[in-house]
Design a protein around this ligand. Structure first.
Ligand code: COA
Length: 538
């Protein structure tokens, strides 16, 4: 019997109820992740294997150092769309010859690896992560290029991908392309723009136009190998630097290429051991209320994520300004030995005191070049006459100013609610956190579904009154219900992850490891906090 299948008649403690709800959500998450893992489905995967080829995930597994972690990013991209979950790409951060690299692999079992609008969003975000964190980029290429039925959405913006490859190179951020199969038209510019190119013999086909199109365009009759085969590019055109005898050899050559990059992390990596958390991360599953309206103490989450107390780290979490603006808890901790500042919502709403405290704390983190972690569970800034008169707008703006102009790396985890401008002030996606992950319990929208539907009703009622028309409350209740259900669905993590509004939905128990990898990646560059912020309205 699994934990989720417990006898429901049994009396469960609050913690057990929360755990059961979280485990159910995790089961759902695993089911969605499984869709990404199955790629194009059994038929296409079998065909791919019959051709003697490795899958995208197997290629990655062989590429990264044995026993090292691969932090997969955005696996649910495209969820809820007409395209396969994962958007025909597998991407993430892996360690190759001791170097953290951003890896992007086409999944050729999904529509021949063709890139659809979600693939484009995912690959752009992967490129951005590589750029911001200064990571070498490895493309495992095998793609039919643009998804032709949606070409209008990808052809023009898609040019950015090639532009960014060469800009990465100009920044001394190496780019490597390993071509395992077809790489046609625009796709040919992935190897074309990369610093190092490896092509697999009798598999790679890199040309601007395949034989049928060449025949149509010029009348020339030719074949794949003469036009764009690995041998031709390695011996004649010079578009390939290495001819690999097979896929394994290609991966070996890619690893050798990384080993010769002379890569040195330029940040301040901590040395020595770190302490495991004071509290068991397993208990993170017992923490989140099934109804997000109920608050929970984020310190309970923090103590299960950060390094524990003990020699060298006397207290796990040094809270700052604990008696002021207590709906926001801020303070200093270490994670895998790296010092971080944490801002976590302790009660849903943010008031003037919390906003000012956040602005001060963010400035302090910048003064000492320390990364920040934002833990969301907020319903937004407080509304109402008293708070408007108290300057909630200018204080919220102060916090948003600090978040926007802060130059230390930010990490964001949406644990619970993330509504309204609270999403902005707490460093939501639009504020460029280096990484943003959500827990399966997260919900994010402009406001809660009931509130949104209620606002719509008031607006509709007033509009009818102004026009002198009757307002049919009964008829509107159907619309309200529909809107509520729609907003509820659109607030859920899979929906938001599908839209590439996060870098992945994670198991709360993995938070420490995931953030540890992110902080290590951040160490590729020195951290320099901001000296200047915009004008703070006092
Ligand atoms: N856009 C949309 N769908 C594509 C596609 C593309 N660029 N390339 C392939 N597909 C689809 C196929 O229609 C097929 O769909 P189906 O199984 O539902 O019928 C599926 O992907 C698999 O294609 P298939 O040709 O059977 O796979 P393959 O592994 O034998 O060959 C390619 C893959 C990429 C070599 C081949 O499909 C191809 O040449 N595609 C066109 C490439 C091209 O000219 N792109 C120009 C982009 S600018």
């Amino acid at each position: 019997m699994t934990e989720t299948m417990q006898d429901t008649t049994e009396e469960l403690s609050v913690e057990q109820q929360r755990r059961a709800a979280m485990l159910t959500k995790l089961d759902e998450l695993h089911a969605e992740q499984a869709k990404a893992i199955e790629g194009g489905g059994e038929k296409y995967v079998t065909r791919h294997r019959e051709r003697g080829k490795l899958t995208a995930r197997e290629r990655i597994e062989l590429l990264v150092d044995e026993g090292s972690a691969f932090l997969e990013l955005m696996p649910l991209a495209g969820w809820g769309s007409d395209f396969k979950v994962g958007a025909s790409l597998v991407t993430g951060i892996g360690v190759v010859e001791g170097v953290e690299c951003l890896i992007v692999a086409n999944d050729p079992t999904v529509k021949g690896g063709a890139l659809n609008p979600w693939s484009l969003k995912k690959s752009f975000r992967a490129g951005e992560i590589a750029e911001k964190n200064f990571l070498p980029l490895i493309n495992l290429t095998e793609s039919g290029g643009a998804d032709l039925p949606t070409q209008k959405e990808i052809f023009i913006p898609g040019g950015k991908g090639f532009r960014d490859l060469t800009r990465a190179s100009a920044r001394k951020q190496p780019t490597i392309s390993v071509v395992f199969g077809n790489s046609t038209a625009g796709g040919a510019y992935v190897p074309g723009m990369s610093d190092y190119v490896i092509m697999v013999k009798e598999q790679a086909k890199v040309f601007l136009a395949g034989p049928p199109l060449v025949k149509m365009a010029t009348g020339e009759v030719t074949d794949d190998e003469s036009l764009g085969g690995a041998e031709m590019h390695s011996r004649i055109s010079g578009s390939s630097d290495f001819l690999a005898v097979d896929e394994y050899d290609a991966i070996r050559l890619a690893r050798r290429t990384v080993a010769r990059l002379n890569w040195r992390k330029q940040g301040d990596s901590p040395t020595g051991d770190y302490l495991e958390p004071d509290r068991d991360p397993e208990e993170l599953l017992d923490l989140i209320p099934t109804d997000l309206k109920e608050p929970f103490d984020p310190r309970e989450a923090i103590l299960r994520i950060v390094d524990g107390s003990g020699p060298g780290n006397e207290v796990a979490f040094d809270e700052f300004k604990p008696l002021y603006g207590s709906a926001l808890c801020v303070g200093w901790a270490r994670l895998h030995g790296r010092q971080i500042g944490i801002l976590a919502n302790a009660r849903g709403v943010l008031m003037s005191e919390e906003a000012q405290k956040a602005a001060q704390f963010i400035q302090l983190a910048n003064q000492k070049d320390t990364p920040l972690l934002f833990l969301h569970n907020t319903t937004g800034y407080m509304v109402g006459t008293e708070y408007e008169q108290g300057g909630i707008i200018k204080h919220g703006a102060m916090m948003i100013n600090a978040v926007s102009n802060s130059r230390v790396p930010h990490l964001t985890v949406i644990m619970g609610a993330s509504y309204g401008a609270g999403n902005y002030g707490m460093n939501g996606r639009a504020y460029d956190p280096r990484f943003l992950f959500t827990w399966p319990s997260a919900k994010s929208a402009v406001m809660g579904p009931q509130q949104l539907a209620g606002v719509l009703e008031i607006v509709a009622r007033e509009s009818a009154e102004k026009k002198g028309q009757p307002f049919n409350a009964e008829e509107f209740s159907g619309i309200k219900e529909m809107v509520e259900a729609m907003v509820e669905e659109q607030s859920l993590p899979y929906f938001l992850s599908g839209m590439v509004y996060d870098d992945g939905v994670i198991d709360p128990r993995d938070t420490r490891t995931v953030l540890g990898i992110c902080l290590s990646v951040i160490d590729n560059q020195p951290i320099e906090g901001a000296m200047n912020f915009g004008v703070f309205r006092m």
